[in-house]
Ligand binder design. Structure first.
Ligand code: G5P
Ligand code: MG
Length: 222
């Protein structure tokens, strides 16, 4: 059972990379952003609490996130396969608490993959991004459109723009990332589990390097 973390600025391609590698590596994709958006859609208590944080691009409190994750990793799917964590942990406090939580289950963070993408690429991507409200599949209004406008190729759900993909909120999310999440990267660097890649505009350019790194992790697990 492997635990791999995907780290990167908003729009760096974490969800896109997870979509590709979860199949290849037989892992569960756990995106905290998707999880919160689905609670908002359901109108649950957590969803009502989370809505204003997501809309404004601020992070939810660490204690709330840790409670959500403690429950989530007890689910059977997360216990059977490896997990690709997308968007978690994103503060140093979350990373340290997560290390302790995994240690209780005799596990650890095996790898942390950082997608280092330039801000200009991020800004142009996020205003063009479209996502499926049903399964979370990621599209792009310019060069990755669903076959039928507004309908997900994978599940037939509605493909829409995320409310936090406006210029102003994206800038806030980038600032939050630089302030709160860069220390998480240093944390995993110190643990010796970090792979930092620069995909430029295309993730495909770094896929071979990521595959080789992940193969090393999988081999060590055998
Ligand atoms: P999220 O949902 O985690 P962000 O801001 O971290 O949100 P985001 O926006 O989901 O990250 P991403 O997943 O890194 O970005 O990027 P993506 O969706 O895969 O790709 C972006 C666009 O670029 C898409 O249109 C895609 O098609 C295109 N693209 C990607 N790669 C390529 C490529 O190689 N080539 C081309 N041509 N296009 C590409 O978090 C949202 C909120 O939830 C809360 C916070 O409020 C947060 O703001 N939250 C938390 N709060 C506290 N603690 C946590 N741990 C939290 N997690 C979430
Ligand atoms: Mg995402």
């Amino acid at each position: 059972m492997l635990n791999i973390i995907l780290i990167g600025a908003p729009g760096s391609g974490k969800g896109t990379a997870a979509g590709l590698f979860k199949v290849e590596w037989g892992m569960v994709h756990l995106s905290t952003g998707d999880l919160l958006r689905s609670e908002i859609k359901k109108g649950s208590e957590l969803g009502r609490f989370a809505a204003s944080f997501l809309e404004s691009g601020r992070l939810l409190p660490d204690e709330v996130m840790m409670q959500i994750m403690a429950e989530r990793i007890r689910q059977p799917d997360a216990r059977q396969c490896g997990v690709l964590y997308d968007g978690f942990p994103r503060t140093l406090a979350q990373a340290e608490a997560f290390d302790r939580m995994l240690a209780e289950h005799r596990q650890r963070v095996d790898g942390a993959l950082m997608l280092d993408v330039a801000e200009e690429v991020i800004l142009s991507r996020l205003t063009a991004r479209r996502v499926c409200q049903g399964c979370g599949a990621v599209y792009n209004a310019i060069d990755r459109r669903p076959r039928q406008e507004g309908v997900c190729d994978q599940c037939g759900g509605a493909v829409v723009q995320r409310p936090d993909d406006t210029q102003e909120t994206v800038r806030r999310r980038i600032a939050t990332y630089e302030h709160d999440t860069l220390p998480v990267i240093e944390h995993y660097g110190r643990q010796g589990v970090l792979l930092k890649v620069n995909p430029g505009r295309e993730l495909s350019t770094v896929v071979p390097a990521i595959r080789a790194w992940a193969q090393g992790l999988l081999d060590r697990r055998e």
